[in-house]
Write a protein that binds this ligand. Structure first.
Ligand code: CA
Length: 236
């Protein structure tokens, strides 16, 4: 079945170009030009992916994402116009799955869209398998920090830590390579995928958010430590 994409972009020519190119790839596409319509369409369509611009009339993309995040698990690819928006975009506040900085090429956008939809499909399959399979929970335990691979759930001091999919994947990747120094580039390639065209700041931002959730004192981390001039190392 064709996947559904909602485009939220107020600039008519860009909205038209995006719609045209995504339809040409076989996706079912709906496009709107303001924040309020974005909420309405997303609730009705339940799209597989939302391509969301930040600067919008009525309600900006940050607000739209913040509201939709509470209602659905749809992937969000944000379009940013400024570098200083990136922290907010990938951070806790918004939690976009990916972002593109304007201006971008259609080839770039298409690569991101495909990568995101592929990840969504894999995640769904995994979740489906995890539910149906009658297997014991596979867990990684680091004293009070426990990663339950079967449920894709992390607990700290017996309390569930609310992690976004990317944060979970990053933590799992670090944990599977315990005590190894991992460069930002390597982490980026393995956790975000070779076709992710972002830069290593994405890794730094996610590590920062993870630390705030799993470290006693995120200013002096002991679980995820920074290796000067190199990258990160998970100590457990
Ligand atoms: Ca705009």
């Amino acid at each position: 079945m064709a996947e559904t994409i909602l485009i939220v972009e107020d600039e008519p020519s860009l909205q038209e170009t995006l719609t045209y190119n995504l339809k040409k790839e076989g996706y079912i596409v709906e496009s709107v030009g303001d924040g309020r319509s974005a909420l309405e369409s997303a609730r009705r369509l339940k799209p597989d992916l939302i391509v969301l611009d930040i600067m919008l009339p009525e309600m900006d993309g940050f607000e739209v994402a913040r509201i939709l995040r509470k209602e659905m698990t749809t992937s969000i690819l944000m379009l940013t116009a400024r570098d200083d928006e990136i922290d907010r975009v990938v951070g806790l506040e918004v939690g976009a799955d990916d972002y593109l900085t304007k201006p971008f090429s259609m080839r770039e956008l298409m690569a991101r869209v495909k990568a995101q939809l592929r990840r969504t499909r894999l995640l769904r399959e995994e979740m489906g398998n995890a539910k149906s399979a009658d297997i014991p929970h596979e867990k990684l335990t680091f004293d009070t920090l426990i990663i339950d691979l079967t449920r894709r759930e992390v607990t700290l001091d017996s309390e569930v830590v609310a992690l976004k999919p990317k944060e979970y994947e990053l933590l799992l990747f670090l944990a599977e390579h315990r005590r190894q120094m991992l460069t930002r580039e390597f982490i980026l390639e393995r956790v975000w995928g070779w076709d992710f065209i972002g830069d290593s700041r994405t890794v730094d931002v996610h590590v920062r958010w993870l630390r705030q959730k799993i470290e006693k004192d995120s200013a002096s981390p002991v679980r995820i430590v920074t290796v000067r001039g190199g990258g990160y190392r998970f100590e457990g």
